[in-house]
Design a protein around this ligand. Structure first.
Ligand SMILES: NC(=O)c1ccc[n+]([C@@H]2O[C@H](COP(=O)([O-])OP(=O)(O)OC[C@H]3O[C@@H](n4cnc5c(N)ncnc54)[C@H](OP(=O)(O)O)[C@@H]3O)[C@@H](O)[C@H]2O)c1
Length: 183
């Protein structure tokens, strides 16, 4: 069975990006004694769950500026524009998201990770396309920027399935989305 997971890094006040694009707030220097270490082994184990990534075009453009973080894993970028294809593993898509997920991605990939940004995430939740949300909350209040979940316009029940606190102050919450169209 395939699973569609939304993953996002957020400030405590729900922002995923600053207006000026600065990402220095994602570098952590907090210390939480009881937390677990975010080791290379932990990250390698985490990455094993991911068979392909999906993202909106603005997230793709930002990733191009920051440096490619997706290795050789397949990446599907949603866009209605002609964007530069920087690797063989990148594919562009425009159109009906339900068909794309159910007919193209699910038969081929088990772990489908939707990694932002806010616009695409909200579309996924509205359409009931996600099975799970993993949110990594960093110890900061940003006060301004792009909000993760503002005004989706409908209620979505969640079931908390996991909580992990890390030594660097990050808390990772995992929720299952209840009663989405695929269940
Ligand atoms: N903190 C985090 O974990 C995290 C994660 C990801 C992103 N971010 C940040 O979030 C910001 C970007 O988020 P965003 O909400 O502005 O934009 P976004 O969701 O990344 O991209 C939105 C774009 O996706 C395209 N799109 C959406 N649905 C589509 C569909 N059905 N078919 C074709 N194209 C579709 C459209 O692109 P076109 O206009 O090209 O048609 C739309 O303008 C960046 O600053 C990024 O760094 C943060």
């Amino acid at each position: 069975m395939s699973k569609v997971t939304i993953h996002m890094v957020s400030s405590l006040d729900g922002f995923i990006a600053k207006n000026d694009g600065d990402i220095s707030w994602m570098r952590l220097d907090d210390s939480f004694e009881e937390g677990i270490e975010l080791t290379d082994e932990y990250i390698a184990e985490f990455l094993k769950k991911i068979d392909c990534y999906m993202m909106g075009s603005r997230t793709y453009e930002h990733a191009l500026k920051l440096g490619w973080a997706y290795g050789d894993t397949s990446v599907f970028v949603l866009t209605n524009r002609d964007l530069p294809k920087i690797r063989e593993t990148v594919e562009f898509y425009s159109g009906d998201l339900k068909n794309f997920i159910n007919d193209k991605l699910k038969p081929k990939y088990k772990g489908i990770w939707m990694v932002g940004g806010a616009e695409v995430t909200k579309e996924f939740i509205r359409l009931g396309l996600a099975d799970e949300v993993v949110i990594s909350i960093l110890p900061i209040i940003l006060g301004d920027g792009t909000l993760f979940f503002d005004y989706i316009g409908q209620e979505q029940k969640l079931h908390l399935t996991d909580v992990t606190a890390f030594k660097n102050g990050m808390v990772e919450l995992t929720y299952e989305l209840i009663n989405n169209v695929n269940q």
